[in-house]
Design a protein around this ligand. Sequence first.
Ligand code: FA5
Length: 342
Amino acid sequence: MEENIEKLGQKIKEKIDAIKSMADAESVRVEALGKKGEVIEILKNLKNVEESKRKEVGDKANKLRVEIEELIEKKKEELKELEYEAKIKNAEKIDLTVPVDDKVGSLHPITIVSRELEDIFTGMGFTVEDGNEVETEYNNFEAVNVPKYHPARDMQDTFWLENGEVLKTQTSAAQNKIMKKYGAPLKAIFPGRCFRNEALDASHENTFFQMEGMMIDKNVSISNLIYFMKTLLSEVFKKEVEVRLRPGFFPFVEPGFELDIKCPYCGGVGCKVCKYGSWIELCPCGMIHPRVLEMGGIDPEEYSGFAFGLGLSRLAMMKYNINDLRALNSCDLRVLKQMKIK
Ligand code: FA5
């Protein structure tokens, strides 16, 4: 009997060596270890083995069962690996030119608003620039006139990396690099993801989007700023939008403003969107501080400019009547399906 087990083991191992496909592997497994498999039959019939030899035969058959299980599993892994390599080598080629089925998904509301703004601004001669998400402390703070230990740093609770860099708290962090890259005159916008350590609520997220804009030239004034913002917002909301400026403090602009829009939903009568205040705070802005121009390599005696930092997430929220900003980052398909816009 023990000799038979050895011979059987030999025979099964030869079959395992010859396996060429997953189907082969499965049939060898069933033949040996299935309900009526050869090894299982030995175990089932142990009661018929002479008592003195029963334990020894049982141990051997069990050992063989385990060994075969392992060998077949190993073979399956090898086959998977070969299949994968073959796919990479030749078979699967993806045709990137096949038209996308645009009924399956949709662009995210923030992407839609961002692209809409990019179209409007490029039509007015602005370039669209990229910014980093990880920034140096210098670009995020010092270069926009927020020195170390200045109380203005407290306005933005920041995520610091171990190497001393930060997750960008504002798109203004790209101002210095863009000034150095293009010099004056320049007209640029730079949308981007920002991060702050915030107490979260319906209008505050720890990860949100802003769109920065800068125009620098000779004789740029606040009137230019108001003109561009009015044109932009009227296009976004598809109607004439009334704006007002209030004084606002940002260390990198002088004077600085908060730009509010007359609520585009109720026309200023008062509603839930404007919290019955008639105006919505949307876009801090101002004339770029001479020191910031200087740090960007631009002569403030010759040039002036405006900058603004539009809250893109909040604009998307308003445009699409979303009453909680957190829904935009939720990645919850049930929520995003309701926002399927284009
Ligand atoms: C700034 O970030 C300035 N860098 C803007 C600026 C640029 C001013 C250029 C002057 C010149 P503030 O912290 O207010 O400012 O943010 C700008 C906008 O980003 C806010 O009006 C708001 O719409 C949006 N925002 C700020 N924090 C959050 C947040 N936690 N969640 C969602 N949106 C936010």
